[in-house]
Design a protein around this ligand. Structure first.
Ligand SMILES: [Zn+2]
Length: 86
């Protein structure tokens, strides 16, 4: 069992919400809170890097990873770890 962490940030440019998810072995929030997350606003396309603990909201869902991780059709590969690979 893994855990999907969803972080909700506010765009520093237009103040609209940006949701980011990470898959993690750990359920506790510390697993992602201290790591930098690259966020891209889908409203104004502003990109920035924020730490997990600056998120406005953070929730965790149990995530069953028995099937292979789906390939993302968009440009970014899916990270199986808590970081975004940078
Ligand atoms: Zn924005």
């Amino acid at each position: 069992m893994r855990y999907a962490h969803t972080l909700l940030f506010d765009c520093p440019e237009c103040n609209l919400p940006i949701a980011v998810s990470r898959i993690c072995n750990e359920k506790n929030l510390e697993g992602v809170a201290g790591k930098p997350v690259r966020i891209k606003c889908s409203y104004c396309e502003h990109t920035s890097k924020r730490f997990g603990w600056t998120a406005k909201a953070h929730w965790v869902s149990d995530w069953d990873l028995e099937v292979p991780v789906a390939r993302d059709k968009q440009s970014q590969p899916i990270s199986r770890e808590c970081t975004d690979g940078t």
